[in-house]
Write a protein that binds this ligand. Structure first.
Ligand SMILES: [Zn+2]
Length: 258
């Protein structure tokens, strides 16, 4: 697992992926994303071995193997490649937060009788920090725009005032309903206000103009909400930019509460 992490740190493109193929405690091959241009790390590593060598091997990969994203895909997905190669076990660092892949690579391996386990918690944290361009997907600061998956019980985020100012407001995205074009934004009791009529953050001079604070807001595309829990000295403006099948794009901006 540590070797796979060393491999993924060699990547200069995101998401970083490192792979180690081992058998009977011996490392047979390594690979990382970018080692061969536009070839996924699993394939890079397996290509270095003969079919016989791969039989019964264990593959350590820092990121969940990809699955076919559309019918008749030209290049076989890494999950399929692993299944066809005859490996016995796959040890995964983290599941791919990309909503179109999330947990599907894992499930596909299991369904095809591959043993699957995961890196331990500490190593998972190390992988997560370095895998994605935007670092920890559960933390943002200042202002910006981000695409995040909203799956299962929801996605929690810490909005930190700035890199140096560690004041934090917690928000959560949940209950994504692409068919209805909405998703729920929530925070503490009475912290969330819908900025009715506002089309962008510049339209909002004083957040307290907007009434009826609640613990959540059902957001449609373009809507702006304000999150200000009691006893906080700043607030966050949130706008829902886009809704996809498993992901959303939102913008945020922190402001001091003067
Ligand atoms: Zn892949």
């Amino acid at each position: 697992m540590k070797l796979a992490i060393e491999e993924h740190l060699k990547c200069d493109e995101y998401p970083r992926v490192g792979v180690v193929v081992a058998k009977s405690g011996e490392v047979l091959a390594t690979g990382h994303r970018g080692e061969t241009r536009s070839v996924h790390a699993e394939r890079v590593a397996l290509r270095k071995l003969t079919d016989d060598e791969i039989q019964g091997a264990t593959v350590f990969t820092t990121l969940e193997p990809c699955v076919e994203l559309h019918e008749g895909q030209e290049i076989k997905s890494c999950a399929q490649l692993l299944i066809d190669s005859g490996v016995n076990e796959v040890v995964i660092g983290v599941l791919d937060p990309n909503g179109t892949i999330y947990s599907q690579g894992y499930r596909k391996l299991l369904e095809n009788n591959i043993n699957v386990s995961f890196f331990n918690r500490k190593l998972r944290a190390a992988v997560e920090e370095e895998t994605f361009e935007f670092g920890d997907i559960h933390k943002v600061h200042g202002c910006g725009k981000r695409r995040i998956p909203v799956v299962h019980s929801g996605t929690e985020l810490e909005v930190q005032f700035s890199e140096k100012d560690e004041r934090i407001i917690n928000i959560k995205w949940a209950t994504l309903q692409p068919a209805h074009g909405c998703v729920d934004l929530s925070s503490n009791n009475g912290a969330v206000r819908v900025a009715s009529g506002a089309r962008n953050f510049g339209d909002i001079s004083d957040p307290m103009i907007f009434r009826f604070p609640s613990h959540f807001a059902r957001m449609n595309k373009g809507m702006v909400a304000i999150v200000k829990p009691a006893n906080t000295t700043f607030y966050v403006l949130i706008q829902l930019v886009e809704i996809f099948e498993n992901d959303i794009i939102f913008k945020w901006e922190v402001r001091n509460d003067n």
